[in-house]
Design a protein around this ligand. Structure first.
Ligand SMILES: Nc1nc2c(ncn2[C@@H]2O[C@H](COP(=O)(O)OP(=O)(O)O)[C@@H](O)[C@H]2O)c(=O)[nH]1
Ligand SMILES: [Mg+2]
Length: 182
């Protein structure tokens, strides 16, 4: 089967680890200081169920609650990674406004999203519980994950799960495909 091309945008407040997650996923390393104003597109091919997916990962510059949702992130983007830091309440609030704007600009009631609480290695500084993250993702009917870009914890899962969500939204995978028939 030819590879499927899928475009993914990583969005969230500044400093939550968007670039670190992208670079950890694509290059397998943790870069401690990365210019926060740089916007990059990374590519990586992953295989799920013997299908190759050529991913274009758009690492966006940070957003806040006042940013206008840039139209280039709503066009031809198949799915979104919305990132907050588990150490920052502000970043958790910002991710909610980004999601609202996303639904508004796409005119859809549901968009493939993985909600990511990053920086789990900083557990002493945690201010957002895993439960709070999970509840928000449930509201959105999105996938929820906690990650550490620094420790490479659950980073590739973000992309695997998002591609699966995109396929479900396209009707290529049945929601019930994992259920056994009794
Ligand atoms: N401890 C820890 N620091 C992280 C993690 N991810 C990113 N950082 C740090 O947080 C800061 C901002 O990261 P960056 O990826 O540039 O954030 P961005 O602005 O969202 O792209 C940098 O100093 C990173 O080294 C993580 O999982 N754990
Ligand atoms: Mg960045």
């Amino acid at each position: 089967m030819p590879p499927k091309q899928r475009k993914i945008a990583i969005m969230g407040y500044r400093s939550v680890g968007k670039s670190s997650l992208s670079i950890q996923f694509v290059e397998g390393q943790f870069v401690d200081s990365y210019d926060p104003t740089i916007e990059n597109i990374f590519t990586k091919t992953i295989r799920i169920n013997s299908q190759d997916y050529e991913l274009k990962v758009v690492d966006t510059a940070g957003h806040d609650e006042y940013s206008i949702f840039p139209s280039q992130y709503s066009i031809n983007v198949h799915g979104y990674v919305l990132v907050y830091s588990i150490t920052s309440l502000k970043s958790f609030e910002v991710v909610k406004t980004i999601h609202e704007k996303l639904l508004d600009i796409t005119g859809k009631s549901h968009v493939p999203v993985v909600l990511v609480g990053n920086k789990t290695d900083l557990h002493m500084e945690r201010t957002i519980t895993a439960d709070e993250g999970k509840r928000l993702a449930d509201e959105w009917r999105a996938i929820f994950l906690e990650t550490s870009a620094k420790q490479n914890a659950s980073v590739s899962d973000i992309f695997q799960l998002l591609v699966t969500e995109i396929e479900k939204a396209d009707g290529n995978i049945s929601e019930k495909s994992n259920c056994s028939i009794s």
